[in-house]
Design a protein around this ligand. Structure first.
Ligand code: ADP
Length: 447
């Protein structure tokens, strides 16, 4: 087992990883920018190292500074967390070249599955259904037009290196294809330094269903069921639930087993997620995330398994030690992503927390690095808390969520708490009858 893990991240996820380490008897090293000197992840870690100024480029993305911090503190492994360097194959490679274990997949897997075009062709060859579209990147507008006409409008132009909903544009007709193609390429170039794009059929009313996976270094792979992440704004998840209210038992075991078999076939190690769109009873693979995900919490709540602990354990080379039949699913879980943003305009709202009260009670989990008096810096992602509730049934879970949202107080800044209250009061949400466009349609209606 590792003795000391350096956590190359910040905020709630750094704290989440610290907690798993402490419970495994592993010491932790926090790294932080000058803007995060008072952050909770720094306060709780056994050791901390300042790695640069506020800008993420100079701190949380500063590979030499992170590797130096690991060297001087004598860490034996590095956990990249979520975002920042978590899907950077070069970082994974450098971590291992410097003699540290990387708590994540191999650099090759990050490369193959992190590029959406190669990921799609890899899983397609292994028999997974994918969204109809171009077989690879499209090299020109003319080529885009030929493909778009053959699959039929509307189409979606997507960045091969995409993430966070960036570099994705819909073209509803041949007339709008040029603009969508150019906008997607421009956005992809600015966000990822890579303007390679591909085309997919734009599905009209799908749900986003993803499968949580875990593989070890010995060819074993299991899944932890699905998560329904269809409540989205600008292709970004807002609320997630597990299990999905849209799947029956047969569909559930079909897609879970298929995803686990495919993941085992590529020899994947660590945690990962295969994302699918689900429409009219059919699943279509869209991408794989080769890292822990924000919403891993709900899979933990319905299985009782600590996925970060498992991730660390398999990174030591330990075998899984259990099979699919040993994973039991119990009850229902929902996560609300709470952002420091205005609930209607979504303008970021960094600043000082003035009054903080977190709800508690049976089946309630808050993953957050907030505390009263904490000053949220303006430099990073606006996710400040994940409110996760578990209930023995979906209805119990919804009632518990309503109760906890009423109790939660985050003073001094704007948050999306009121948006969550509004969403969960909608009859269609209560009925589980929503697709990926549902939230934007609700917001377009006003209050
Ligand atoms: P990112 O990596 O940027 O998050 P994804 O490929 O995971 O991008 O897609 C994000 C979201 O965009 C999906 O959850 C879904 O809402 C929407 N989306 C992606 N592909 C399609 C498609 N072919 N048709 C309709 N919606 C799509």
């Amino acid at each position: 087992m590792f003795e000391k893990v350096l956590i190359a991240n910040r905020g709630e996820i750094a704290l989440r990883i610290h907690r798993a380490c402490r419970e495994m008897g592993i010491q932790t090293v926090a790294v932080h920018s000058t803007a995060d000197a008072d952050a909770m992840h720094v306060r709780l870690a056994d050791e901390s190292v300042c790695i640069g100024p506020p800008s993420a480029r100079d701190s949380y993305l500063n590979i030499p500074a992170i590797l130096s911090a690991a060297t001087i503190t004598g860490a034996d492994a590095i956990h990249p967390g979520i975002g920042f360097l978590a899907e950077n194959a070069q970082f994974a490679e450098m971590v291992e070249e410097h003699g540290f274990a990387f708590i994540g997949p191999t650099a090759d897997h990050i490369r193959i599955m992190g590029d959406k075009v190669t990921a799609k062709s890899t899983v397609k060859n292994l028999g997974l259904p994918v969204v109809p579209g171009s077989d690879g990147p499209v090299a020109s507008l003319d080529e885009a037009e030929v493909i778009a006409r053959s699959i039929g409008f509307p189409v979606l132009i997507k960045a091969a290196a995409g993430g966070g909903g960036k570099g994705m544009k819909v073209a509803r007709s041949p007339e709008t294809l040029r603009e969508a193609y150019q906008l997607a390429r421009g956005e992809a170039r600015a966000a990822f330094g890579n303007d390679e794009v591909y085309i997919e059929k734009y599905l009209g009313h799908p749900r986003h269903i993803e499968i949580q996976l875990l593989g070890d270094m010995h060819g074993n792979c299991v899944h932890f069921g699905e998560r329904d992440c269809s409540v989205q704004r600008r292709h970004q998840k807002v609320i997630e639930e597990a299990p999905s209210p849209a799947l029956n038992a047969e569909q559930r075991s079909f897609i879970g087993d298929l995803a686990a078999r495919t993941t085992a076939a590529i020899g994947y190690r660590g945690v990962g997620t295969m994302e699918f769109l689900f429409e009219d009873g059919q699943f279509y693979f869209i991408e794989m995330n080769t890292r822990l995900q924000v919403e891993h919490t709900i899979s933990e709540m319905i299985t009782g398994i600590d996925l970060v602990r498992e991730q660390i354990r398999v990174a030591t080379g330990a075998p899984l030690g259990y099979g699919q039949a040993d994973i039991r699913f119990e009850g229902h879980a929902i996560e609300c992503r709470i952002n420091a943003e205005h609930p209607e305009t979504f303008l970021p709202s960094p600043g000082r927390i003035d009054g903080y009260h977190a709800p508690g009670g049976l089946g309630v989990r808050i993953d957050s690095a907030l505390y009263d008096g904490y000053r949220i810096p303006p430099h990073y992602d606006s996710l400040i808390a994940k409110l996760v509730v578990h209930g023995s049934t979906r209805n119990e879970c919804l009632m518990r969520l309503r109760r906890t949202l009423e109790e939660y107080v985050i003073g001094g800044i704007d948050t999306t708490l009121p948006l969550h209250q509004r969403i969960i009061a909608q009859p269609s949400f209560i009925d589980g009858a929503y697709d990926i466009h549902w939230l934007e349609q609700l917001m377009a209606k006003g209050s």
